[in-house]
Design a protein around this ligand. Structure first.
Ligand SMILES: Cc1ncc(COP(=O)(O)O)c(C=O)c1O
Length: 335
């Protein structure tokens, strides 16, 4: 009998982790770790410099964190006071409302349309009224779509000068476009990124933020001084150094996503394409049964039906060919 939650034999398609693993170069540096790497406190300069040259910004405009979540926490600690307003489209990545509420901020959730269209006009009108922080996740999770650059700019331009702008680009590799350069135009913009998705380092916990020197300096004051460990530092550098691996993961994810969409559609299941490494798959009233049935088959997917726009949908991470085959085989048994 297969285990029902996690563990050996379970196929995890519920957290948008990479099924391609990480670069062999990452495993190599981990295997070759020296005693010194373990007993000494980590140094961040080499990693920060490497990210700086990769992203074309100066090192003093970068802060690294123990996963992006650490940086979202740091953003809330640094910029929010009780009663401040935080605005985001809803549904969104839950750490934004969670961390904001931890700081007793007032969270304004602007709902996506029932057609999953981004609520651009409403978002603009809410931020015009004044907000301490405005968050855009692009490409979005769990909805999966992207906003065009003009739309992003129109939200930011509608914000007051003292609004902290946050652009979470956790999935940008799969969309093939980043708007990091907008940090030049908007000094109050903080762009977040993670090594958990395309780089396949979710277990290492590594993320970074890029903003103006002034914002990074403020964030340095609130983040724990040594938050990223030495192994994650080495892994991050090795991951950046293996560009061919990253390109292959992205290319194969996109190819597999297309194949999976068409396979699902061939037996009458609609999957919404996204700009990420997951799909939104529609099962209608059977969604709960399918979710549970897949779990019983050892395939974990994410139930997103609690949001009205996603009622009847399951969010499924795109995996390897054999993962899709196992998923389809399990679905054939259930549906
Ligand atoms: C939009 C978004 N931001 C951030 C994260 C978390 O990143 P990390 O693993 O670096 O904390 C996720 C994880 O699923 C995500 O979907």
């Amino acid at each position: 009998m297969l285990p029902k939650s996690s563990g050996e034999g379970v196929l995890k398609l519920n957290l948008n982790e990479s099924r391609w693993g990480c670069s062999p170069g990452v495993l190599e540096v981990l295997k070759n770790a020296r005693s010194q790497d373990v007993c000494e406190y980590p140094q961040y300069d080499k990693l920060v410099n490497r990210i700086a040259s990769l992203r074309g910004v100066s090192p003093d405009r970068i802060i690294v964190g123990n996963g992006e979540d650490d940086l979202i926490h740091c953003l809330a600690e640094t910029f929010l006071e009780p009663g401040d307003t935080v605005v985001h489209a809803s549904p969104t990545y839950p750490m934004f409302p969670i961390m904001s509420r931890m700081k007793q901020a007032c969270v304004v959730e602007v709902p996506y349309g029932q057609d999953l269209g981004f609520p651009l006009e409403k978002m603009i009108s809410v931020v015009r009224d004044g907000a301490r922080m405005a968050v855009i996740v692009n490409p979005a999770n769990p909805t999966g779509g992207s906003l065009g650059r003009e739309s992003i700019v129109s939200v930011f331009e509608a914000c007051r000068k003292d609004t902290v702008l946050v652009l979470d680009e956790a999935y940008f590799h799969f969309a093939g476009v980043s708007h990091l350069d907008l940090t030049e135009k908007f000094p109050n913009l903080i762009v977040l990124n993670t090594f958990s998705k395309a780089y396949g380092l979710a277990g290492m916990r590594l993320g970074y933020a890029v903003s103006s020197q002034a914002n990074i300096c403020e964030m340095q004051k609130t983040i724990l001084p040594i938050t990223v460990n030495s192994m994650a530092v080495s892994a991050g550098i090795a991951a950046i150094d293996d560009e061919p691996f990253l390109s292959r993961v992205v290319r194969e994810t996109l190819t597999e996503k297309k194949i999976l969409i068409s396979e699902l559609s061939s037996f009458g299941i609609r999957a919404l394409d996204t700009d990420t490494n997951f799909l939104l798959v529609e099962f209608g009233p059977a969604a709960d049964k399918v979710h549970q049935g897949l779990k019983d088959e050892g395939v974990l997917v994410r139930d997103v039906g609690k949001w009205s726009q996603l009622k009847g949908f399951l969010r499924i991470t795109v995996g390897l060919r054999e993962d899709s085959e196992r998923l389809i085989a399990a679905l054939k048994k259930i549906v």
